[in-house]
Design a protein around this ligand. Structure first.
Ligand code: FES
Ligand SMILES: [Fe+2]
Length: 397
């Protein structure tokens, strides 16, 4: 900074003249052709709930791409590029029919694989309509969620299963939710207005539980979390995990295990500290570089997981005043506080950030693997091998 050269070097830490800072764009950018975007595209990503794939077209923005999700009259879910191959209006205004979706403008009809079946304004219904293939992505449905594979066709893996979501006992059912953050705290926020990476970092940050959720704001989950944990971090064959050991005031010892699966899956145990394995899997799905959505699948009995919770002063989260959000911040406030994308160059990672540093290193390694033509961690092509045995849980000793 030439204009500051004439001033004496400041050693008092004032804000004046500080360096311009930047994000780690290798990890935050998710659009087509970006390094992390290409990693994300090597895994099936949830695009919406099966119940919302209907005859009414849904606009889905994911990994910086605008797509249209629908279900044709034969029951097949379809995911097409939104701009019509003819002259580019959006298929959002299209009409879903037995065989596909018909564009509102000139009536071209596309099936779920983008084949153009009809061009009503053309001679003979369009003699060359096969040239107008609408870009499409394959989808598969499982657990009540529509998953899409947006990567190179020759590297399409099997869709992962999770053992905790299979073999439901009598009375158990799967609850799915796409209303993101506020699901557990009484509001809705289908799109979270910040980078997916803030949230992914948070999964391998067990120390904030003691501060943010227990002592700074007061009890947000259970009083036992006020004990500072001793944490071990380790890589796994699908990502990484931590084990947070706590010796509770009543003498009990509990190990809390959380997992992050590459590239954007979190499996965390229940925050009620009940004994046993986790019952929920969630994807932090990048909408684009500055927004993400959370899609949860939870195994539940009785009332659902995503029921309204009172947060503060008898209020649900969306009813709190600005000052109450300041007095009682939770994960949303801490993460939106970093801005739409954090400035990683000015961070001061410390010993409590071991998990975050490992997680980012792991992402960077897998980004390199993909860039060099390899298959990233956790991807399986044989459906028999595409099963995750979940380790996450609260384990009392
Ligand atoms: S723009 Fe879609 S049919 Fe003309
Ligand atoms: Fe948290």
């Amino acid at each position: 900074m030439s204009e500051t050269k004439e001033h004496k070097h400041d050693t008092t830490g004032r804000a004046y003249g500080r360096q311009r800072q930047h994000a780690n764009t290798t990890l935050t950018e998710v659009g087509p052709g970006t390094p992390c975007g290409e990693l994300m595209r090597r895994y099936w990503q949830p695009v919406g709930l099966s119940s919302k794939a209907t005859a009414v077209p849904q606009a889905v923005r994911i990994l910086g791409e605008d797509l249209i999700l629908f279900r044709d009259g034969a029951g097949h879910a379809g995911l097409l590029y939104s701009r019509c191959a003819h002259r580019g209006t959006t298929l959002y205004y299209g009409k879903v029919e037995e065989r596909g979706i018909r564009c509102c403008y000139h009536g071209w009809l596309f099936d779920v694989e983008g084949n153009c079946l009809e061009q009503p304004c053309e001679p003979n219904g369009g003699a060359h309509r096969e040239l107008a293939r609408q870009p499409w992505y394959p989808v598969e449905e499982r657990y009540g969620v529509v998953f899409a594979y947006m990567g190179p066709p020759d590297r399409q893996p099997a869709l992962t299963r999770f053992d905790i979501l299979e073999d439901l006992a009598p009375g158990e059912y799967l609850e799915v939710d796409d209303q993101s953050w506020a699901a557990g705290v009484g509001g809705t926020m289908p799109v979270v207005p910040h980078s997916w990476l803030h949230h992914y970092d948070n999964i391998m940050d067990p120390f904030h539980v003691q501060v943010l959720h227990s002592t700074f704001s007061g009890t947000q989950f259970v009083p036992e979390f006020a004990v500072m944990p001793k944490c071990d971090f380790a890589t796994t064959d699908t990502g990484m995990k931590y084990v947070a050991h706590r010796k509770l005031d009543d003498g009990r010892i509990v190990d809390r295990v959380s997992q992050s699966l590459l590239p954007n899956v979190r499996i965390v145990p229940n925050t009620r500290l009940e004994d046993g394995r986790a019952t929920e899997v969630a994807w932090l799905v990048p909408v684009d570089d500055t927004h993400h959505r959370i899609i949860h699948i939870a195994k539940v009995t009785g009332p659902g997981r995503f029921t309204t919770r009172i947060m503060y002063n008898g209020k649900r989260w969306p009813e709190m005043t600005e000052e109450e959000h300041q007095r009682f911040p939770g994960d949303f406030e801490a993460q939106i506080g970093m801005g739409a994308i954090s400035l990683h160059s000015e961070e001061h990672l410390a010993t409590s950030d071991r998990g975050v540093a490992m997680l980012r290193r792991q992402l960077e390694q897998q980004i390199r693997t993909v860039a060099e033509g390899g298959d990233p961690l956790g991807v399986a092509f044989d459906p028999e091998k595409a099963v995750v045995k979940v380790e996450s849980g609260n384990y009392f000793k």
